[in-house]
Write a protein of this length. Structure first.
Length: 417
């Protein structure tokens, strides 16, 4: 880990100014998000809501993101990445504050839906912003550092989000739900602080309008839509599978093994640390095996550990399975994203990314609500079995749909230069 952090520091030192500022934004924003993702379901459970309602809240957020991802992508092209990202961060932080302060179901559903809308602002604009502020020579490294920073800051946030409520109780806060609420408000303040480095970014402006004829030609091409459909379908299967269990990881450890929020925060943070290492190893595996084979192998290898989470009642086995599954599955993400960016025409990258993320959000919207009902009625086993089936289907489909790309590596490289 020391070597990775040292390399990360060296990489950041030679970056363009705009990239340094956006990395500061990513650190602060993901620090707050990491705290909230670890704590919010535990907070809802503490104040008396069941898992079915938790699933409903998560599904409302995901549904809103799915609906607005594509139109937000078009607005991002027209209004500029900086304005869209600043608006998104500000409103999402306000929504997180309101979700901590208001307790009625109707209010929580409303703020969760609004949160999903404005979450999509940063989600859609971050990758195009990186593309516009990098060169072909440094782009891959900057995207890798961006991913590592997101995971690292979320990891630190998970530790803080799990530990701070217990510390506040020791310092005199009366009840656990009060200490959790204070922690959620602190988490939202980190996102608001992210607006400071965001304001330092210099806008590059929107794209030229004379590219419209080429865009129309590409978007009406059947071959392009066939390619985009394959990419979106495989991402959607993973999104549906992840929506079944990822949002309930913290509640799983609390209910199955009676762990407190601090211990859960450390487990989730350890998962993120293992993911950083796996993500760094991904490009090496891709260079040896080919990108498509690497994605297939990593996704398939994660499935036995997912099944293990559903079957085991032994804590140390569950922790090991959780860490390995998260690391090797998430290591495939940057590689599959690279394949998407290499294969899709330049002026369809944003649209393809928006559609892909929209389908993933639909998966979360549908499956988180379904998952809460399944857990309340049948326990945790079936959500892992169903997710494993979807992951396996995605991996097999992805391999057979794109295996030919590994055989023409040199063509892709020439086209990218």
């Amino acid at each position: 880990m020391k070597r990775l952090l040292g390399r990360l520091k060296a990489d950041i030192g030679i970056l363009p100014v705009n990239i340094k500022w956006i990395f500061a934004v990513v650190l602060l924003n993901n620090l707050g998000n990491g705290m909230i993702s670890t704590l919010y379901n535990l907070y809802l459970q503490e104040i008396g809501f069941n898992k079915a309602f938790m699933g409903q809240l998560i599904s409302m957020t995901a549904l809103a993101s799915a609906i607005f991802l594509v139109p937000v992508g078009f607005f991002s092209d027209r209004l500029g990445r900086k304005n869209i990202m600043m608006t998104g961060i500000f409103v999402t932080a306000l929504c997180q504050i309101f979700r901590a302060l208001f307790l009625s179901q109707g209010q929580l559903l409303l703020f969760s839906f609004t949160l999903g809308i404005f979450n999509s602002f940063f989600m859609v604009s971050n990758a195009p912003f990186l593309m516009e502020n990098t060169t072909k020579e440094n782009r891959i490294r900057i995207f890798s550092v961006n991913t590592a920073l997101m995971i690292f800051s979320s990891m630190v946030g998970s530790i803080i989000g799990g530990s701070l409520p217990l510390l506040l109780i020791k310092l005199g806060v009366n009840t656990l739900d009060q200490s959790q609420r204070i922690t959620l408000l602190i988490a939202a303040s980190f996102s608001l602080l992210a607006l400071i480095p965001m304001s330092k970014i210099k806008s590059k402006g929107s794209k030229k309008e004379n590219q419209w004829p080429e865009f129309v030609k590409n978007i009406t091409s059947k071959n392009n839509w066939r390619l985009m459909s394959k990419l979106i379908f495989s991402s959607g299967l993973v999104g549906f599978g992840a929506g079944l269990f990822v949002p309930f990881s913290n509640v799983y450890f609390e209910n199955q093994f009676s762990l407190n929020s601090s211990t859960i925060g450390f487990i989730i943070s350890a998962g993120q640390a293992s993911t950083i290492i796996a993500v760094m190893m991904g490009p090496f595996l891709a260079s040896k095996l080919g990108k498509v084979k690497t994605v297939f192998m990593l996704q398939i290898l994660s499935i036995p550990f997912m099944i293990m989470l559903g079957d085991t009642s032994i804590l140390w086995i569950a922790i090991i399975a959780f860490l390995i599954r998260q690391a090797i599955m998430n290591a495939s993400g940057p590689i599959s994203s690279t394949i998407m960016m290499e294969e899709v025409p330049e002026n369809l990258k944003g649209l393809t990314n928006s559609l892909s993320q929209a389908v993933v959000q639909v998966g979360w919207a549908v499956c988180t609500r379904l998952s809460g009902i399944i857990i309340d009625g049948y326990g945790y086993e079936w959500i892992f079995y169903l997710a494993g089936t979807l992951y396996a289907t995605s991996a097999i489909y992805y391999y057979f749909a794109f295996r030919g790309l590994d055989g023409r590596k040199s063509f892709v490289m020439k086209r990218a230069l």
